[in-house]
Ligand binder design. Structure first.
Ligand SMILES: *[C@@H]1O[C@H](CO)[C@@H](O)[C@H](O)[C@H]1NC(C)=O
Ligand SMILES: *[C@@H]1O[C@H](CO)[C@@H](O)[C@H](O)[C@H]1NC(C)=O
Ligand SMILES: *[C@@H]1O[C@H](CO)[C@@H](O)[C@H](O)[C@H]1NC(C)=O
Ligand SMILES: *[C@@H]1O[C@H](CO)[C@@H](O)[C@H](O)[C@H]1NC(C)=O
Ligand SMILES: *[C@@H]1O[C@H](CO)[C@@H](O)[C@H](O)[C@H]1NC(C)=O
Ligand SMILES: *[C@@H]1O[C@H](CO)[C@@H](O)[C@H](O)[C@H]1NC(C)=O
Ligand SMILES: *[C@@H]1O[C@H](CO)[C@@H](O)[C@H](O)[C@H]1NC(C)=O
Ligand SMILES: *[C@@H]1O[C@H](CO)[C@@H](O)[C@H](O)[C@H]1NC(C)=O
Ligand SMILES: *[C@@H]1O[C@H](CO)[C@@H](O)[C@H](O)[C@H]1NC(C)=O
Ligand SMILES: *[C@@H]1O[C@H](CO)[C@@H](O)[C@H](O)[C@H]1NC(C)=O
Ligand SMILES: *[C@@H]1O[C@H](CO)[C@@H](O)[C@H](O)[C@H]1NC(C)=O
Ligand SMILES: *[C@@H]1O[C@H](CO)[C@@H](O)[C@H](O)[C@H]1NC(C)=O
Length: 645
C-alpha cells in the first residue's frame, strides 16, 4: 500500500491523561483529551491472538519464509516505528517456530533495549535522511516498500542465507492516479547471513532501475519471486530458473502483472518476459459482486501453482463501487500457455475475492515444511484517523490462511458464460464437482490458539441444535472464536457479537439468502460516531446439492467467526473470508447470541465457542508502546512525502 500526501493532519498538543476511566463508555470527547498511547493496552481493541507490530504503524506483510537451516518462520511487515501514520516505511520483523506464537527480532542486540521498543524490530531500513543529504538521492532513501523473501543465497543455494527482494522508493508521493515521477521505484535485494538479525543491502543495488517495456506505469512494486520447475518445462529451459511478478499497471489501459525470470544461478539478473495477461482497467472477470474489480493498478501480486493449477492473487486499486469502498483483494485461476515471444500467457478461468472486507495487500509463501501455501493480509484500523495517537498503534494481520483446492461434490449446476469463483467438473453420474480456491485459517494454528481457551460446546445432535438451550455467553473475553452451521434458513441468520446487555451496542454477522451476501453490520457496533459504520458485504452463493430424489437443497453454511479486540474475521465453508473491525465503546459489550431476523425460520447445528484465545506474543509486555514522534518539515519534504505523524 502506498500513501502520499493524501491525509494531512495538524499535530495536536495533547495533555497526558494516564488512562480512561473504566466502567463508563468511552466517548469521543473523552478520547480527544487523552494523551498518546492512553488506549494502547485496552484489550477490547488491541488484538492479542494475531500478528501485529509491537507499536506504531504497520501495513503490508512482507517476505514470509521458512528457513530450513534453523527451522524458523520469518515474517516482515511495513513498519513506521514511533509513528501512527504511514511514512518513511521500513520492514519490521518477527519469527515463529510454528506460525502460532511470534517473537520480535532484536536487530540491535547490544544496545540493551528490548526487541519490541522503538526501531529494534526494524530489519531493513531506509537511508538515514537526517545524516545524509544525497545528491543524487539514493535509490532507497524514502521507503522500503513491500516484497518477498526466500531462504537462499544469491546463487539459489540453501546455506542459511536469507534473501529479501523489495522495492526501494526515492520519490514520493506515488499513487496510481497521480503522475508517476521518474525513478520513484526501483528493485533491490537485502541479504542476511546470521538468521535475520543483520541485513545488508546488496552492493549493486538497485538490480532493476527501469520499469518494464515502454509502459507508462501506474506503479511497479512488491516483487514476488519463486523457483518454478513447471514453468522451466513449459519454456524448455535447460537450466533451472526463477520467476517473479510485480504489481503494476499501464496508465489509462489497465492493471498489469509483469513477469520476469532469472537463472537460479544468479538471482540478481532478472529479464522481463511480458505481462501475464492484459485486463482492461476497472473491469471485472465476472460480476462485480462475485469477482470484484481489477481496478487500475495491482499491488502485492502473487503467482503460484497448487498441483497442476495456476493462480494469481493481487491487491487491485481504484475499482471502488458503492458496496465495496476499499481496494479489492482478488484471486484468479487461469490456464498458462507460451506466447510467441517466449513469455507466459495467463488466461483466467475463475476468480473471486480473497477477502471481501478490509483485508488488503495479501502476500503468501510456500510453507515447504508442511507442503502448503500460507497467506496473510493487512487489516488496517477502521477509525477514520480518530483516536490514532491515543491508540499508539495501527494495523494487524489476519490469521495465517491456508489456500488450497476446495472441491465440493454432488453439486447441481447450470452452465453459464459468466465466469465466477467456481469451476465445475461433470462427474460420470451426471452430478458436478465445484472446484475453487479454498481459504481457511491454518488448522494447526487454530488448534494452537485454542490452548488455554474455555471451550463450550452447545447441545446439538448431528443436524439440529436445541436453540432454546443455547445462551451464548454475555461475558466473553476480548479474543474468541464462535463456530456454527446454518443448516437451513428462510432469511438473514447468523450471530451477534460485541453486544452490551441492554442492546445499546452490538454487531450482527449474518448470511442473507435473498442476496447471497455475508454481512458484518456495524451500524450499532460503537457509540462513538467517528468510527466507520458502513457494513462489510461479501458475496457467498451456497452450492445447491443434488438430492437422490432429484430435488436440490442448499449446502449447510459453516461460519467461523474470530473476534480479537477490534479485529473480526469471518470464514464460510473454507472458501470465503471477510475481515472487519469494530470498536465498542462500552466495557460490557462482551456478549454474543445467535441471530436471526424477525420471522426467519433457521436451523443451526454444531455451535461451539473457544473463549480466551492464546496470546501469540508471549515475550512482549502488555504495554509494548513506544514514544510517538512528529517529523519536521525538513524530514518530510515539507510534508509532501508523509504527514509527519
Ligand atoms: C527513517 O528511517 C530510517 C531507518 O529506516 C532512520 O534511520 C531515519 O532516521 C528515519 N528518518 C526520519 C526522518 O524519521
Ligand atoms: C540519523 O542521523 C542523525 C544525525 O546524524 C542521528 O542523530 C540519528 O541517530 C540517526 N538515526 C538512526 C536511526 O540511525
Ligand atoms: C550458495 O550456497 C551453495 C550451497 O548450497 C554454495 O555452493 C554456493 O557457493 C553459495 N553461493 C554464494 C554466492 O554464497
Ligand atoms: C503517461 O500518462 C500520462 C497520463 O495519461 C500522460 O500525461 C503522459 O504523457 C504519458 N506519458 C507517456 C510517456 O506516454
Ligand atoms: C518447447 O519444446 C517443444 C517441443 O520441442 C516445442 O513444441 C515448443 O515450441 C518449445 N517451446 C518453447 C517456448 O520454446
Ligand atoms: C543474465 O541472464 C541472461 C539470460 O539468462 C544472460 O543472457 C546474461 O548473460 C546474464 N547476464 C549476466 C551479467 O550474467
Ligand atoms: C469503475 O467502474 C464502476 C462501475 O463498474 C464505476 O462506478 C466507477 O465510477 C468506475 N471508476 C472509475 C474511476 O472510473
Ligand atoms: C477436485 O476435483 C477435480 C475434478 O473432479 C479433480 O480433477 C481434482 O483432482 C480434485 N482436486 C482435489 C484437491 O481434490
Ligand atoms: C463468565 O461467566 C461464566 C458463568 O457465570 C463463568 O463461568 C466464567 O468464568 C465467566 N467468564 C469470565 C471471563 O468472566
Ligand atoms: C421435491 O421438492 C418439491 C417442491 O419443493 C416437493 O413438493 C417434493 O416433495 C420434493 N420431493 C422429495 C422427494 O423430497
Ligand atoms: C504525542 O504524539 C505526537 C505525534 O503524533 C508528538 O508530536 C507529541 O510530542 C507526543 N506527545 C508526547 C507527550 O509525547
Ligand atoms: C520547504 O519549503 C520552504 C519554503 O518554500 C523551502 O525554503 C525549503 O527549502 C523547503 N524544504 C524542503 C525540505 O523541501
Amino acid at each position: 500500500m502506498k500513501l502520499g500526501k493524501s491525509v494531512f493532519s495538524i499535530p495536536v498538543v495533547l495533555s497526558t491523561i494516564a488512562s480512561a476511566a473504566w466502567g463508563e463508555p468511552l466517548t469521543a470527547e473523552g478520547i480527544e483529551k487523552m494523551g498518546n498511547n492512553s488506549l494502547f493496552t485496552m484489550a477490547r481493541w488491541r488484538p492479542s491472538s494475531h500478528f501485529l507490530a509491537p507499536a506504531g504503524w504497520m501495513n503490508d506483510p512482507c517476505a514470509p519464509m521458512y528457513d530450513p537451516v534453523r527451522g524458523l518462520y520469518h515474517l516482515h511487515y511495513q513498519f513506521h516505528n514511533n509513528h501512527i501514520a504511514w511514512g518513511n516505511v521500513s520492514w519490521g520483523h518477527a519469527t515463529s517456530p510454528d506460525l502460532i506464537t511470534w517473537t520480535d527480532v532484536d536487530h540491535y542486540p547490544d544496545d540493551g533495549l528490548p526487541a519490541w521498543k522503538d526501531y529494534q524490530a526494524q530489519s531493513i531500513g531506509t537511508t538515514n535522511l537526517t545524516s545524509n543529504h544525497h545528491d543524487p538521492a539514493l535509490y532507497n532513501h524514502l521507503s522500503i516498500f513491500s516484497g518477498s523473501g526466500q531462504a537462499v543465497n544469491l546463487t539459489g543455494g540453501v546455506d542459511g542465507t536469507l534473501l529479501a527482494f523489495y522495492t526501494a522508493a526515492s520519490e514520493l508521493p506515488t499513487a496510481w492516479n497521480e503522475p508517476y515521477l521518474p525513478g520513484t521505484e526501483s528493485q533491490a535485494l537485502a541479504i542476511s547471513t546470521d538468521g535475520g538479525i543483520t541485513w545488508e543491502h546488496y552492493e549493486n543495488n538497485p538490480i532493476l532501475s527501469d520499469p518494464p517495456g515502454n509502459w507508462n506505469i501506474t506503479g511497479w512494486r512488491d516483487p514476488f519471486y519463486v523457483p518454478w520447475p513447471q514453468l522451466d518445462t513449459l519454456l524448455n529451459k535447460t537450466e533451472p530458473h526463477w520467476y517473479a511478478v510485480w504489481g503494476s499497471g499501464i496508465r489509462e489501459i489497465g492493471p498489469r502483472m509483469p513477469l520476469y525470470t532469472a537463472p537460479a544461478s544468479d538471482l540478481t539478473n532478472w529479464t522481463f518476459l511480458g505481462a501475464l495477461w492484459e485486463p482492461e482497467k476497472n473491469t471485472s472477470l465476472g460480476t462485480l459482486e462475485e469477482t470484484g474489480s481489477y481496478g487500475f493498478n495491482f499491488e502485492l501480486s502473487n503467482f503460484f501453482s497448487i498441483g497442476d493449477r495456476y493462480f494469481v492473487s493481487m491487491g487491485a486499486e481504484g475499482g471502488n463501487v458503492s458496496f465495496h469502498q476499499n481496494k479489492w483483494s482478488l484471486w484468479n485461476e487461469g490456464l498458462v500457455s507460451v506466447r510467441d515471444n517466449g513469455s507466459i500467457a495467463f488466461t483466467p478461468t475463475a476468480g473471486g475475492a480473497s477477502d471481501f472486507g478490509l483485508l488488503y495487500a495479501i502476500n503468501s509463501f510456500d510453507d515447504v515444511k508442511n507442503d502448503r501455501r500460507i497467506q496473510w493480509g493487512w487489516a488496517q484500523e477502521d477509525i477514520n484517523d480518530f483516536g490514532a495517537t491515543q491508540l499508539g498503534y495501527q494495523g494487524a494481520f489476519s490469521h495465517p490462511r491456508e489456500v488450497f483446492i476446495k472441491n465440493t461434490t454432488g453439486v447441481s449446476h447450470k452452465s453459464s458464460d459468466v465466469l465466477g469463483s467456481s469451476r465445475y467438473f461433470k462427474n460420470t453420474n451426471g452430478s458436478w464437482t465445484a472446484s475453487t480456491l479454498g481459504v481457511r485459517p491454518a488448522p494447526d494454528v487454530v488448534k494452537g490458539l485454542h490452548r488455554g481457551a474455555r471451550h463450550i460446546k452447545y447441545p446439538c445432535n448431528q443436524r439440529k441444535c436445541d436453540t432454546k438451550k443455547i445462551n451464548l455467553p454475555s461475558n466473553l473475553t476480548s479474543s474468541y472464536q464462535i463456530s456454527f452451521t446454518i443448516e437451513h434458513t428462510t432469511g438473514m441468520a447468523g450471530v451477534t457479537v460485541g453486544a452490551s446487555p441492554d442492546g445499546e451496542e452490538y454487531t450482527n454477522i449474518y448470511f442473507d439468502p435473498s442476496s447471497n451476501n455475508i454481512v458484518v453490520d456495524r451500524a450499532n457496533s460503537s457509540l462513538i460516531d467517528e468510527f466507520t459504520k458502513t457494513p462489510h458485504i461479501g458475496f457467498f452463493e451456497p452450492y445447491q446439492l443434488q438430492q437422490k430424489s432429484g430435488n436440490t437443497t442448499m449446502e449447510p453454511i459453516q461460519l467461523d467467526v474470530f473476534v480479537d479486540g477490534s479485529l473480526v474475521e469471518v470464514y464460510a465453508n473454507d472458501r470465503f473470508a471477510l475481515t472487519s473491525r469494530i470498536y465498542p465503546s462500552r466495557e460490557d459489550s462482551t456478549g454474543a447470541k445467535l441471530f436471526a431476523a424477525k420471522g426467519v425460520n433457521v436451523k443451526y447445528s454444531n455451535v461451539e465457542i473457544w473463549d480466551g484465545l492464546l496470546n501469540v506474543w508471549p515475550d512482549r509486555p502488555r504495554n509494548s508502546s513506544s514514544l510517538l514522534i512528529w517529523d519536521t518539515a525538513a524530514e518530510t519534504g515539507n510534508y509532501t512525502w508523509w504527514t509527519g505523524n
